[in-house]
Design a protein around this ligand. Sequence first.
Ligand SMILES: Cc1ncc(COP(=O)(O)O)c(C=O)c1O
Length: 459
Amino acid sequence: MDTLDIAFAEARRFLATLDTRPVASRGTPAEMRAPLPADFPATGLPAADVVRAIAAAAEPGLTGNASGRFYAWVKGGALPAALATDIMCSAWDQNAVLASTSPAGAVLEEVAGRFLLQALRLPPDCSYAFVTGCQMAHATALAAARHAVLARAGWDVEARGLFGAPPIRVLANAHHHSSLTRALRLLGFGTDSIVPLHGDAPGKVSAAALTEALAAAAPGTPTIVALNAGDLNIGACDDFATLCPIAQAAGAWVHVDGAFGLWVNASPRLAPQVAGIERADSWATDGHKWLNTPYDCGMAITRDPAAHSAAMRMTAAYLTTGGPVRDPMDFTPEWSRRARALPALAALMELGRDGLAAMIERCCDHAAAIYDGIAALPGATGLARPTMNQGLIRFDAADGRNISDAVIAAINASGEAFLSGGTWHGERVMRISVCGWNTSADDVARTVAAAGAALAGLR
Ligand SMILES: Cc1ncc(COP(=O)(O)O)c(C=O)c1O
């Protein structure tokens, strides 16, 4: 058997067992180390043996992210065309950094970018970058924001850096994801520069809070406002139609964390939750969450291509740049990079507009069904019924102790489903997050049954 055949056989076997294998891995570190040499081999091993050994080592430690019963963090599986294209990307091994290094990588990325903007119903002349995930999408889009707000203040941040620059205020939804914090840290803002914005409704910034925060500094102060489309606890979305004009009238750049929530704009039924989102100046989202591409695929999108490329563009004498086709490197923080736009293109083409909307809606319906089924169990209290694809449930023992973490651990140990916890208003809770293209009604029923069994064993 040739090496690739071995890899394909292993991949097929893994996918075929997704429905029956435990969603959480049960392997011990010792089991994972055992098939591998203890030390760096003095001489190389046959390629086929290497692939077999690595497959054997990984097998007991694989998490079923791609399973229809994986509801932890925020993660979808991989649509068949996206997975197959991702495998071809490895075989082609393109450096999709410039049109000159990979014409295919650059041209297909242009098509992927166009389809992406159409799918998300964002302005067609936006710039985009395919990066490793939402974390780097934040870093990329916020670098564009940093450029734009400082350029308006007469400061060239790419040339002069931040030392001595006019201070930039960052006003962020108080429920922002920590990846936004880290992106700001990487860009030299420092976490102390973040002013949290609150509101009356959970997870949402109020117009009054934003107006007050904007008014706290002199007009013309460089300002970035960071809003949420879908927080990872309850899927809360800011009121973009109201907040974007307020922020922009004060000269601020509005950035949106739409890691998964931006995708509801693709569903006519759910899009009202993010009404006005197209008015923002930049958006960060993920392919590997709700578009169901394999890791790692994130997207940074901006309304200001000039600011975006000013923040990212670099040249070197050995590179051929600037042809008629867009050079991806003008928009990404990476230098060499795989053709990661191609699995996203594949997912978008496999779904089409109707399929994408149907998948988003199906996930939300499944999230609500899991929530309803589990919240009805004795000892369970529903805290937030999914309005999108995220829900929260607390579990209590008969004596009133919060046993949410123990119930999550028991469900995960059963192998039937995989969930994660969180803290909501100071109490431990179980999060339900449904992003998988392949989650079915049967998966929902199995998950509710697993939660019932876990709870019964602990109360
Ligand atoms: C709301 C939100 N923003 C950002 C991120 C970070 O995304 P990534 O892990 O792709 O960098 C996540 C991850 O779960 C998220 O839920």
